[in-house]
Design a protein around this ligand. Structure first.
Ligand SMILES: Nc1nc2c(ncn2[C@@H]2O[C@H](COP(=O)(O)OP(=O)(O)O)[C@@H](O)[C@H]2O)c(=O)[nH]1
Ligand SMILES: [Mg+2]
Length: 310
């Protein structure tokens, strides 16, 4: 007697869909905010300043029958310095790696370079969804002509107005993505929300606080490296030692602040958020060191700011 028997795993696998999605756009349009709201937890840091995201960050969304691996990228722009060029390079690499592209446009900051960016996206030759973000800041009547304009510009799979910040329109993005996902197995355990190792996640959260609290060149001149993570069983906490690198000795005073106030603020905010994210008590030990002009040397950038991927 021949009865078709398929194992549960096989049946399950043949039905799952999975794929990689790059979130790209100009700096500051809300790419990382969008990723965090899609995933439902902070995986990528956010600040009002451009170039907050320095390297590609994966965020994983898993449901019963699909898994989407999002790649949040640094903003694509006409970069001049070595460091900025390397960030843009990261973003462009993501375009090559993925199945689908999400192009995020800030409806409040339209730029003439838009069409040039679209040319880059078109060259990648992947199904592309256009996300019009920050619609909480404009009138509905301003939105319709924009949708009309973009729909004539390219054959987008969908044009979706959203407010990433207000969590408005996110579901529709996921619905449209799932339609485009190829069949395939899961790449990550369903519980995983990011591929960031703990040391990088911690460094990023610390850097986010620096980006939120400091001004002018200071945030851009800093990099954070986690030197040590140690379980302290006796005190029931995680001891984390990290170094904030700056480019010049003269910046030390600003990062440390009057009577250490700034460093204390950075440390407290980072610790509180990490305790929330990790569900553990944390002792955060922050140091400040000068590494002269680190942004001008590729080896330093690789070591401190844009890590190589496997
Ligand atoms: N009003 C508004 N602000 C937003 C929205 N999405 C992001 N932002 C803000 O835009 C700034 C840049 O966001 P971020 O996610 O870091 O942008 P990225 O550089 O593209 O990753 C932050 O201050 C966010 O709070 C939105 O939908 N509405
Ligand atoms: Mg970002």
């Amino acid at each position: 007697m021949s009865v078709e028997t398929k194992s549960f795993e096989e049946t399950k696998e043949s039905k799952t869909r999975s794929g990689f999605v790059a979130i790209v756009g100009f700096p500051n349009v809300g790419k990382s905010t969008l990723l965090n709201h899609i995933i439902g937890t902070k995986v990528s840091i956010v600040s009002p300043k451009p170039q907050t995201t320095r390297f590609n960050i994966r965020g994983v969304l898993t449901q019963d029958n699909y898994q989407i691996v999002f790649i949040d990228t640094p903003g694509i722009h006409d970069a001049k310095s070595l460091f900025n060029k390397m960030m843009v390079e990261e973003a462009l690499e993501a375009l090559e790696e993925v199945d689908i592209i999400l192009w995020v446009v800030d409806v409040t900051h339209r730029l003439p370079e838009e069409e040039r960016l679209l040319d880059i996206i078109k060259k990648a030759n992947k199904p592309t969804i256009l996300v019009l973000n920050k619609i909480d800041l404009i009138k509905k009547s301003e939105l319709l002509p924009m949708i009309d304009y973009f729909s004539k510009l390219h054959d987008f799979k969908a044009i979706i107005p959203v407010s990433a910040l207000k969590n408005d329109g996110i579901e529709r993005i996921i619905d449209e993505l799932v339609k485009l996902l190829p069949e395939g197995p899961f790449y990550y355990e369903p519980e995983r929300v990011t591929d960031l190792p703990l040391s990088l996640l911690v460094a990023e959260i610390i850097r986010e606080k620096i980006f939120q609290l400091t001004y002018q060149e200071i945030p851009y001149s800093t990099a954070v490296k986690v030197e040590q993570i140690k379980k302290d069983e006796e005190k029931n906490l995680l001891y984390i030692q990290a170094t904030i690198f700056i480019e010049r000795d003269s910046q030390k005073g600003i990062i440390i602040g009057k009577q250490g106030q700034m460093l204390k603020k950075i440390g407290t905010l980072a610790r509180e958020e990490l305790e929330f994210l990790l569900g553990k008590r944390i002792y955060l030990d922050l140091w400040v060191k000068t590494l002269k002009d680190w942004r001008e040397k590729e080896a330093h950038i690789r070591n401190l700011a844009i890590p190589f991927r496997e």
